[in-house]
Design a protein. Sequence first.
Length: 387
Amino acid sequence: MTVTLDSDTRFHAACAAGAEWGPTVKACLDKFGDRLGPVAGCNLGFLYLTDGLAEHATSIVTLLRGVTGIRHWVGTVGIGVMANGDALFDEPGLAIMVARLPEDSFRLFPTLTDGLEPLRGSAGGWLDKHGAALALVHVDPHHADMAGLVSRLSEEAGVFLVGGLSASRGEFPQIAAGAEDADPVAEGGVSGVLFAPNLPVATALTQGCRPIGPTRTVTASDDNVILEIDGRPALDVFKEDIGPELAADLRQVAGVICAGLPIAGSDIQDYLVRDLIAIDPRAGWISIAERVTTGQSVMFTRRDADTAAADMRRMLDSLRKRVKVTPKGAVYVSCIARGPGLFGTADAELSMIREVFGDIPLTGFFASGEVSHNRLYGYTGVLTLFL
């Protein structure tokens, strides 16, 4: 049985481009209609800024709280942002989604940096009372232990995480306006909003790569260097899996071939994608952007638009069969390496979502890494639907 939100629950989204933050906020709010009618009664706002406006995050949040009357805002910065069927990529702009949700169905938490103590405060009390099924999180990529912090948050709160790493060429604001005893905008860790189990949601992840060889075993390694695979020099196995055309000129593999690290115990054959960092043709080793251990599984993957689009449609079809209703709102987090660089246009993924779910209110951003469940991913898209 699918549980759905009550009829009083609603979502509205819009985006606007512009280098001047004040007029851009106004232009975005104007899209909500005369006198902000759709905003009335809403109690949660989602705010995503491109990095051209990141330095004005505090001013933008302050203005939005005053104009809309919505106290609670959550969001961050990306190289691109999106709302409904529109995407802004690599230009100044912002995206806003507002929602009216059942009372006590959500709770913001402030930026966590060194530990999870803030969750044991007011958010912790809320968790003890209501529990949480899902949390939308935003992570500062400069944190020394991003993956560990995400994993501990998921485990300690007992919650499924969705979200992404902020992406910026300047400041990295984490927006959690409304979290008690905390600045509305901060940097340095992970922040977000918890959603109670009585708020029905569905989420799924789409990969941007496909495996091109069998799953193999690392038989010798040193930190992030793979020395041997299946008892043979790692580079020999790598060349065998990528095929003779790419193997003849290894300069071609940059941005096309990645390492895939299967997730132990996954019932959906899930894997993490990590970039190749270096290849030593003489010594026969390869280095990837992740620490590896001897005995660990590894495979190689190819990244291209056709593969990513096919997996996106597979994910959307599977999600549609699961939810069986028209979603009331959505959040989509896509990797900055997808978007126009992979699909040709910034709105290609939004078009695919709308083909399946229709013209639903949606917001999101292009991240430097994505979060699903308790892990950091790359080259993926994470879609979350509010039902």
